[in-house]
Design a protein around this ligand. Structure first.
Ligand code: IVH
Length: 671
């Protein structure tokens, strides 16, 4: 095998530098200097060198990057400096042992040993790299040696700066920190997931980790994540001399650093700080599970070194777990806003971490069976996220007698409708569209754009109408009178008139909008269109068997089952009848008129069209069997570009997607 010449090595270095600069210009500044073809030439030249001399490949080479759109799988990344783990202690005596070892190994006066003490964040450890001040890479810790490339995902975390503050900034710096989700955001996310029947996250740490480890960065972007920086991996300019200065430097670079840190000058100060933090633990908006104690001076850290992947210069002093034992008095089932049935253990009240707990969630039927929780059992409960306590496990040795196993009710405890559990889902749901537990959510969906499209009826407003007993289900909207509306807060003549007009204007929906508005589980706007085009009327759709439905392209067994379940529920039929009585026209679409020339094609719209509003263009595409999505990916077939197109056009060009101007779009859709 040949060896690279110094000139070649220099050329490789230069190529990398150039490509990085252009990546930065393109991705961070959105201001490219060269064409894609020129970029590709540089890239190919570098790749050729690296193939010829594999020893020249570095993990930070631009050739090791991955694309920006949803990935098939994560690329692995070798950390430049391994990410170590921490030895743990749980008692003061164990911490004293640690301190004694440090003292004995360093052989310096005890007063010279200072510790920087920080919270131990309970999240996901990551590393973010900056090249010349620009965010260039993000990775999970993984096993400490090799992690996953989550560059594009971490880029969406708002507390991670995309460009470092200050001048000059280090040439290369790798910042380490913990991705966390606040307790409140975690609770909200899980509430949302229960309602959607998605599997729950056990705690904020899992939620944060699950959000980062998403192949689609857009999902990560939709999750409320933050990062606390706590260290530096590699850094190419003079490093701070201590951990304390490191945290100061990280703040100056624009990172979020915990305010609950302290420079402790003795073991006693560490001990006192441990209790201070334990005291405020519950009041912090995010979870911590201890403190991390780090020898402050890096000189000392170096001479202490590491042992089997853990430094001798640091220790995690863990807090006691937030778990307690208690007895299950009963198991109830509560119904959420979208009809999800959640088993809840009613407990003998017990204090956990300073809070009295009398209920704990059991999440869903499978969880109850997996943990085999029965009435009368002694269980371990824990406060996950300090918000929803949960049952961790049963102490089987304490079970008395043979209580019957839990079973999910077959009918909704609130409205009596049939309960369904669709294949592949963990959640049981009430199928009643008029179920009082779900009515607000149904209403919000029913009036939304794409459904019945009643402008001005916001969630707060609908909520008030339900709470005051003015409406009980979405069909009641069509029976509203001026007098009803005048019972609401801050209602005036003009507003009442507008709202009544919005209701009036919604009485002639398209069949697609009407099907979508019914809120059949798993039937979004696109599938509503597919069903409308196939079955032409609600009456005909309601008659179809599961097998008939499955014959339709894009309709699988799960969707077919939700459709048949929906129409087999007499309460839903009553609801449909009530809509008719309320004056909603049930449209019939002509079978013959169906032109499916765009079936299976995906469109993205950008810029302003002269002859169509966005909504009109979307309807037209949908009518012809196509679908419209919000962002460009490899799955996009056409990008329709009007005047002043946005970055979607650039993206389309880069991915080689067919671009239609307005005239071409008109031709394609038959004018
Ligand atoms: S320092 C050798 N500081 O704890 C230094 N780690 O077991 C190791 N962690 O995976 C990291 N808060 O996710 C450090 N303030 C903090 C931390 C912290 C949480 C986590 C980190 C790491 C694990 C080490």
């Amino acid at each position: 095998m040949s060896k690279p010449t110094p000139r070649e090595i220099e050329r490789v270095r230069h190529l990398r530098e150039e490509i990085r600069r252009h990546n930065h210009l393109y991705y961070v500044l959105d201001n490219p200097e060269i064409s894609d073809a020129e970029y590709d030439r540089l890239f190919d030249e570098l790749k050729a060198f690296e193939e010829k001399y594999p020893e020249l490949v570095t993990p930070d080479s631009p050739t090791q990057r991955v694309g920006a759109e949803p990935l098939e799988k994560f690329r692995t990344l070798r950390h430049t400096v391994p990410m170590l783990s921490l030895n743990k202690c749980t008692t003061e005596a164990e911490f004293r042992d640690f301190h004694r070892r440090v003292k004995d190994l360093l052989k310096v006066p005890e007063t010279d040993i200072h510790y920087t003490v920080e919270p131990k964040f309970d999240g996901l450890a990551v590393e973010v790299r900056y090249e010349k001040g620009a965010y260039s890479l993000g990775a999970t810790r993984g096993d400490g040696t090799v992690g996953e490339d989550v560059t594009h995902n971490l880029k969406t975390v708002k507390s991670i700066p995309l460009k470092l503050m200050g001048n000059p900034v280090p040439d290369t710096i790798e910042v380490r920190g913990e991705i966390i989700m606040s307790k409140e955001d975690f609770a909200a996310l899980n509430r949302d997931r229960v309602e959607r029947g998605e599997p729950l996250f056990a705690n904020p740490r899992n939620a944060a980790a699950g959000s980062v480890r998403q192949l689609d960065p857009r999902i990560t972007a939709s999750r409320p994540l933050g990062m606390f920086a706590y260290g530096i991996g590699r850094m190419d300019s003079p490093q701070p001399a201590t951990q304390w200065e490191t945290l100061e430097a990280l703040k100056k670079l624009g990172f979020r650093v915990s305010p609950h840190i302290r420079l402790c000058r003795s073991a006693e100060e560490v001990h006192a700080f441990y209790h201070e933090i334990l005291e405020i633990r519950d009041s912090l908006p995010y979870e911590i599970d201890g403190i991390v104690i780090k020898v402050d001076a890096f000189d000392f850290q170096r001479s202490l070194g590491e042992l089997s992947r853990s430094p001798r210069w640091a220790v995690a002093w863990k807090f006691p777990p937030q778990q307690e034992h208690t007895v299950v008095k009963d198991i109830l089932v509560s119904v959420g806003r979208t009809g999800a049935l959640t088993p809840v253990a009613l407990l003998e009240p017990v204090r956990v971490g300073g809070v009295e707990v009398s209920r704990a969630t059991l999440h869903n039927e499978d969880e109850v069976h997996k943990k085999d929780v029965r009435v009368g059992d002694t269980v371990v409960i824990q406060r996950a996220g300090d918000v929803i306590p949960e049952v961790v496990k049963v102490i089987h040795s304490k079970r008395r007698g043979d209580p019957p196993p839990f079973t999910m009710p077959e009918t909704c405890p609130v409205c009596g409708s049939k309960v369904e559990r669709l294949p592949g889902e963990a959640i049981h749901r009430c199928t009643g569209i008029a179920c009082p537990a779900q009515v607000k959510e149904h209403l919000a969906h029913f009036v939304s754009k794409g459904a019945m499209d009643m402008e001005g009826l916001g969630y707060k407003f609908l909520e008030q109408m339900v709470d005051r007993g003015i409406i009980r289900d979405p069909a009641d909207l069509y029976f509203l009178t001026r007098e009803d509306l005048m019972k609401m807060d801050r209602m005036g003549d003009k507003l009442a008139e507008n709202l009544l007009a919005a209701v009036e204007n919604s009485r002639n929906p398209t069949l697609t909008s009407l099907i979508y508005a019914l809120g059949i589980r798993n039937v979004g706007r696109h599938l509503a269109g597919v069903l409308a085009h196939h079955f032409h009327s609600i009456e005909n759709l309601a008659r179809q068997s599961k097998e008939d439905l499955e014959q339709v392209h894009e309709i699988g067994p799960t969707i077919a089952l939700s459709v048949t379940n929906f129409f087999n529920n007499p309460k839903n039929i009553t609801f449909i009848e009530k809509l008719k009585r309320g004056g909603v026209a049930f449209p019939v679409e002509e079978a013959e008129s169906r032109d499916a020339s765009l079936a299976g094609k995906t469109f993205v719209l950008t810029g302003v069209l002269q002859g169509y509003t966005r909504e009109e263009a979307r309807r037209l595409i949908e009518k012809l069997g196509g679908r419209v999505t919000g962002s460009v990916s490899r799955k996009t077939d056409y990008v329709v570009a009007g005047r002043d197109p946005g970055s979607k056009l650039d993206q389309a060009q880069r991915l080689g997607i067919t671009i239609l101007d307005e005239a071409a779009f008109r031709d394609m859709t038959g004018g």
